[in-house]
Design a binder for this molecule. Structure first.
Ligand code: PLP
Length: 419
């Protein structure tokens, strides 16, 4: 909403009306096992607003064509929309240059890109890479593969019983052999928010670059890569209300310039002969082959949607709902929360005494409640807490206090079933 004054237009933050917002998400209107859907698996993927669904449809109905290489009108239109989406991403995370926004398949793809390209150039035998105990498998395995290839060492920042990294231990892990530090911003299985600014500052005092896995943060917190001063930041569009298969790697221009290409193919070259290939400018140097064009465009639309609600309103509402959920879950006897960091996101992992998480998930499903159960692609965390799995409820801004109430009363029902 924009109101005019004598000088600058003043942008007013629209009030947060969750029931109105829910109208934008057609999937939320359906019944599951004859009960209204209560979707609490947002850390796995978020639902898509009508605006994004319409955009995907209109892309294929109206402008589908390959980008960057066509002189015909459809190609020009899809190229324009794709590059406009890149600009939207740049503004959304406050990057300095368009060349710093690389479209990827998602978070996993972005981390693999850096592990491969940065690792190829800068990591050698005996070098060290630091990650934390909180990482998703996609921020562990690519570095392990690199360490195997290069005979390098993977070091892990330990966590305490609340699921917080132990900063003093992190400091002790840094040596002159540390080549890169790669840490998650918000844990997908415990909800812990890492002190990434402190980690980045510490790393930079040793001239070590930092990659931030923003898969679980970009949809909940305002990201400003310039302010954070991170070297790389990766995220997935599908966790930000966009379709699957499109994501972003942000990298500081200077660093990206220095890195070798990740994959070879069309679009990433400027000239090819059998003797020699020269590479395209950023960001295309890292975008070999036909990308997920509609996915990238729809990521831009998802950003428009989130902006239309207002990020400040989203953060305020989600904080309130998280606090409400935390209090409700804490009030359930024999429910043990796993992940009790002081600084936490809207992800809630728990176990119920004597009941396997998969049984919890199955019973809740019959109530229409979608939660996730398992190791959440974080097996080392499960091992740290001595459990095989957790049940996890994760919130988005279209969830309501009534849904949280229904979750808690249904959890009590699970106990009754097993009594
Ligand atoms: N990192 C974190 C913290 C995640 O939660 C996830 C997915 O759940 C990923 C990485 C991988 O994301 P994607 O599967 O979209 O590549």
């Amino acid at each position: 909403m924009i109101s005019q004054s004598n000088t600058e237009p003043v942008i007013q933050i629209p009030a947060f009306d969750v029931m109105k917002i829910r109208e934008d998400f057609p999937i939320l209107k359906q019944l599951i096992h004859n009960k209204p859907l209560v979707y609490l698996d947002n850390a796995a993927t978020t639902q898509k607003p009508q605006m994004v669904i319409d955009k995907e449809k209109s892309y294929y109905e109206e402008i589908n064509s390959n980008i960057h290489r066509g002189v015909h009108l459809l190609s020009q239109k899809s190229t324009m929309e794709y590059e406009t989406a890149r600009e939207k991403v740049m503004r959304f995370i406050n990057a300095k240059y368009l060349s710093e926004i690389i479209f990827t398949k998602g978070t996993t793809d972005g981390i693999n890109l850096i592990a491969s390209s940065f690792g190829e150039k800068y990591v050698h035998e005996g070098d060290e890479i630091i990650i934390s105990h909180l990482e998703h498998h996609s921020n562990i395995v690519p570095w392990q593969l690199l360490c195997q290839r290069k005979n390098a060492l993977l070091k892990v920042i330990p966590i305490n019983d609340d699921g917080e990294i132990i900063f003093e231990e992190f400091e002790k892990l840094i040596t002159e052999k540390t080549k890169i530090i790669s840490v998650v911003h918000a844990s997908n299985s415990l909800g812990t928010i890492n002190p990434i600014k402190e980690i980045i500052n510490k790393a930079h005092s040793y001239n070590i670059p930092v990659l931030i896995d923003g898969a679980q943060s970009v949809q909940h917190y305002k990201i400003d890569v310039k302010e954070l001063d991170c070297d790389f930041f990766v995220f997935s569009g599908h966790k930000l209300y966009a379709p699957t298969g499109a994501g972003v790697l942000y990298g500081k221009e200077k660093l990206l310039e220095e890195l070798p290409p990740y994959q070879g193919g069309g679009d990433m070259i400027s000239s090819v002969t059998f003797e020699k290939t020269t590479y395209n400018d950023l960001p295309y140097k890292f975008e070999a082959g036909t990308p997920n064009i509609s996915g990238g465009i729809c990521l831009g639309t998802a950003i428009d949607y989130v902006n239309s609600i207002g990020f400040d309103s989203i953060v305020a509402y989600e904080n309130e709902l998280s606090l409400y959920t935390e209090n409700k879950l804490n009030g359930i006897e024999k429910l043990k929360r796993i992940g009790t960091a002081k600084n936490k996101s809207s992800v809630f992992s728990f176990v119920l005494e004597g009941i396997h998480p998969h049984d919890i998930g199955t019973i809740l499903d019959f109530e229409g409640i979608a939660i996730r159960t398992g190791h959440h692609c974080t097996q080392p965390i499960m091992e740290r807490f001595g459990i095989p799995a957790t049940a996890r409820a994760s919130l988005a801004f279209y969830n309501t206090k009534e849904e949280v109430d229904f979750l808690t009363s249904s959890i009590k029902k699970v106990f009754e079933v097993f009594a």
